[in-house]
Design a protein around this ligand. Structure first.
Ligand code: AMP
Ligand code: ZN
Ligand code: FE
Ligand code: FE
Length: 285
């Protein structure tokens, strides 16, 4: 059997692995295809594609966008994106800028709370254009200001905690359209995480192509439920570990294995889309 892991983060957002390390782990786990889905960036895709090619592993360029639909946060994965699409790059650059500003705000709040974290410590550790809360958590641990990453989230960074700063969110409809105009497929990430099933029909109306049925935090029952929903609405089925390297307790790559037939279906869908509208052109390797 061939398997894929289509939800991976690298050090270009809040993961810790370099593209080389992502692909080395993928090879170690015997994966036949992977997708890189860093938050609000596709910067790591070119290097990961090169490494995958050398290792004989299929690669899908991707990203994970934070969107909202009916006041509910929803994460949308974009797959088979043209990583040079100008409008797409311009939009995600805006989100990267907001993420950087948000780091300043989170550190200012921590300072007000008497936690002497320096903003430079976070940016040095993050060393990327798309920083996030895990970098603040790691900087707190590294500076000896808190013991564990979980404690950092529980005390300060989780929604509703004193150093939490909301993230800029695009509308679900606009995110899907942005992904489509860059030649990509739009997939709802980890629907079981925030129990957002009631927004699925609206997202489908907005053009949603698929749903992430298999995810580290989905129970078997949840995966089965989303497979049924995918079947009911004729959505593509995707899955991935959401590995962040050592940014979380341990690397998750290889713990979720998507049967390869679903990668074939995604590839067929994107080819059909492009035959209908030949302008967009992300790599199909
Ligand atoms: P952000 O994009 O800055 O809002 O950060 C979101 C990231 O933080 C996601 O990758 C989450 O998985 C991660 N995250 C959320 N809660 C925790 C937690 N308790 N421990 C570690 N990482 C977390
Ligand atoms: Zn993340
Ligand atoms: Fe997510
Ligand atoms: Fe993710």
């Amino acid at each position: 059997m061939k398997f894929a892991d289509l939800h991976l983060h690298s050090r270009y957002s809040d993961g810790t692995f370099s593209p080389e390390e992502v692909v080395a782990h993928a090879a170690q786990h015997g994966l036949s295809a992977i997708a890189l889905t860093d938050h609000d960036t596709v910067e790591g895709c070119a290097a990961t594609a090169r490494e995958c090619e050398a290792a004989g592993i299929g690669f899908i360029s991707g990203t994970e966008l934070t969107a909202e639909y009916d006041d509910t946060e929803v994460h949308l994965l974009g797959y088979f994106l043209d990583t040079r699409n100008e409008r797409f790059l311009a939009e995600i650059t805006k989100f990267q800028t907001v993420r950087q500003q948000r780091i300043h705000e989170m550190v200012a709040r921590l300072n007000e709370l008497g936690v002497p974290l320096e903003v430079a410590t976070v940016f040095e550790l993050a060393n990327c254009r798309s920083p996030g809360r895990p970098h603040v958590a790691r900087a707190l641990v590294k500076a000896g200001l808190i013991k564990t990453l979980d404690e950092a989230f529980d005390r300060y960074l989780k929604k509703g905690r004193p150093a939490w700063v909301p993230k800029a969110r695009m509308s679900g409809r606009d995110s899907i359209e942005l992904i489509h105009q860059a030649g990509g497929l739009a997939v709802m990430a980890h629907p079981g995480l925030n129990r957002t099933d009631d927004i699925i029909p609206g997202l489908i109306q907005a053009g949603l192509d698929g749903i992430e049925c298999f995810h580290t935090k989905h129970s078997t029952a949840m995966s089965e439920r989303y497979l049924e929903i995918a079947d009911q609405y004729h959505l593509l089925v995707t899955g991935g570990s959401d590995c962040h390297g050592y940014s979380k307790a341990k690397p998750l790559i290889g713990t979720v294995k998507l049967p390869y037939e679903h990668v074939d279906k995604m590839t067929a869908a994107v080819i059909a889309r492009r035959q209908a509208a030949p302008a967009a052109s992300g790599a199909l390797s």
